[in-house]
Design a protein. Structure first.
Length: 522
């Protein structure tokens, strides 16, 4: 078993990839194509610029931008300069971004220019004008040709030029001073259940976790990986960028999930690897012009959610010929990776579970008995070091003997396969019976005319609470609410049957692809 020190650091990974994979294509962004050697040079230059800007080892550097080459270079450059990366959700408004910047005391911020019609710089400045205080933020670097004519703002080009006075030897020395037990990043949780908290993850945790992910998934040299999962999310950055660096795969970042763009990318770039939420794969399968695109290179899909329809796994294998379809489960507080199916697992197991605990970790379920649902608990190398500067929240989340409370409800079978049934807060009680929305969603998802579904508990005068289903019909479907409730009464226990069905065009999801149940309840 390797010690933490032997897992190395992210800067070492970048240098190693540049040397091992040299002329192999590293990143494709539109017409820009760069090799691993070029990527290594760009990262080193970004690290020099961070050092010239005054970034010291352990300083927090934030990045607020979509999936782009600039994101990859600036993030890896900051970490190579010894900084701790703080990725910001691209869906944040200015005040939300300012809150994370203030609490993390970020010294430097990389920010996109205009994205999806929004100026993130203007949004941040409005938040400051409204009273947000950022005394620690010394510099804002804008990924654009122009930046505000104000103190502390520079363009990416100007920022990089500032690093020209820092020599390669200085950069290497700084990178070499980073240790595997140092924090590599602080991932602020999505905040759908309250104020986001920052999970502190080390270099060793990150590299060990995603070496395991790459091995279990079967990622290999020469793979071409369409990274749709947002980089600000653990999965997009670590199972995407860092996993590709480990294996010499080519990264094709896609800033926004658009099914037409994804189909075009898969065909033109001969994409072989496409992780993402089930809805992403469902939309590809159901797209009317799917057959006009050559998707034959696609060989590996990794997905994860409480509900993964068996039909989706079967269709990916049968209709698209995808060799490997796997499900997995993770959360920011556990380095983004807890359990994963194994290649060769049957489709029924892949659809119904999130796999087994990854090597070097333990998973248990605190329940009334075997096969009963309870809170999922995790222990091992993957559990965060702490919530950033929040000892009370850390003590509440992690027991004295190292078990992390995930807040997720699950069932563990005799083979150790974990089925996530819900968030603790999402469970509702119907006339004394515990109802788990994800279980009901799994059953409703079997209806041939249902494309997507979410269930929430709503008040009921007689039973206390009952289920309400929000349903997205499959294209051309005509199923009615009465049809679906009648079907449900035949397929599930009465207390699970939704008492109300509302049809919607799509479900509200956060940037990680999870349904935002709070919006549905409101």
């Amino acid at each position: 078993m390797r010690t933490d020190a032997e897992w190395g650091t992210v800067p070492e990974l970048v240098r190693d990839a540049a040397e091992r994979y040299g002329e192999h294509e590293a990143v494709v962004e539109g017409r820009t194509r760069i090799s691993y050697a070029e990527l290594g040079e760009r990262v080193e230059r970004a690290a020099a610029a961070c050092m010239a800007a005054g970034v010291e080892t352990g300083d927090r550097v934030a990045i607020w931008a979509p999936n782009t080459l600039d994101w990859i270079v600036s993030a890896l450059g900051a970490v190579s300069a010894g900084a701790v990366l703080v990725p910001l959700n691209t869906r944040f408004k200015g005040a939300e971004a300012a809150d994370i910047l203030a609490r993390s005391r970020a010294r430097l911020l990389f920010v996109t220019g205009t994205f999806l019609g929004t100026s993130y710089v203007a949004s941040l400045r409005r938040a400051q004008e409204a009273g947000a205080e950022l005394p620690h933020l010394e510099e804002v670097v804008v990924f654009a040709d122009s930046a505000p004519d104000a103190p502390g703002y520079r363009t990416w080009k100007e920022f990089l030029a500032g690093g020209d006075k820092v020599g390669a030897g200085e950069v290497r020395a700084r990178s070499a001073g980073v240790t595997s037990s140092d924090p590599s990043d602080i991932i602020f949780t999505s905040g759908t259940t309250g104020r986001p908290k920052g999970a502190v993850i080390t270099h060793a945790q990150t590299l060990r976790g995603y070496e395991i992910w790459s091995e279990l998934a079967g990622l290999r040299e020469g793979d071409r990986y369409l990274i749709v999962n947002p980089f600000f999310h653990t999965f997009g950055y670590k199972a995407g960028v860092l996993a590709c660096l480990m294996r010499g795969a080519t990264m094709i970042p896609q800033p926004v999930f658009n099914v037409d763009t994804a189909l075009a990318n898969i065909a033109s770039e001969r994409i072989s690897v496409l992780p993402g939420p089930p809805t992403l794969h469902q939309s590809l399968l159901d797209h009317p012009s799917r057959d006009s695109h050559d998707l034959s290179a696609l060989r590996l899909v990794v997905t994860g959610a409480a509900v993964v329809p068996l039909r989706l796994v079967e269709r990916l294998r049968g209709e698209l010929g995808v060799d490997t379809v796997l499900t997995a489960y993770g959360l920011s507080e556990a380095s983004g990776i807890v359990s994963m199916c194994r290649r060769g697992d049957p489709a029924e197991l892949i659809a119904a579970t999130s796999g087994r605990a990854i090597p070097g970790t333990e998973v248990r379920v605190d329940s009334a008995g075997p096969g009963e649902p309870g809170e999922v608990m995790v222990r091992g190398f993957n559990v965060m070091r702490e919530y950033f500067e929040d000892p009370a929240a850390t003590a509440e989340a992690v027991t004295a003997d190292g078990w992390l409370h995930t807040g997720d409800v699950g069932v563990l079978d005799e083979q150790g396969y974990l089925r996530i049934t819900d968030r603790i807060k999402d469970m509702f009680i119907v006339g004394g019976f515990n109802a788990y929305p994800a279980e009901i969603e799994q059953l409703l998802g079997l209806h041939p005319e249902v494309a997507d579904v979410a269930v929430v508990g709503v008040p009921d005068g007689r039973l206390g609470e009952v289920g309400k289903a929000y349903v997205v019909r499959r294209p051309g479907a005509t199923v009615t609410a009465d049809d679906l409730m009648a079907w449900s009464r035949r397929e599930m226990a009465n207390y699970k049957v939704p008492r109300e069905v509302t049809f919607v065009g799509d479900l509200p999801r956060n940037a990680s692809g999870k349904v935002v149940k709070g919006e549905l309840r409101r």
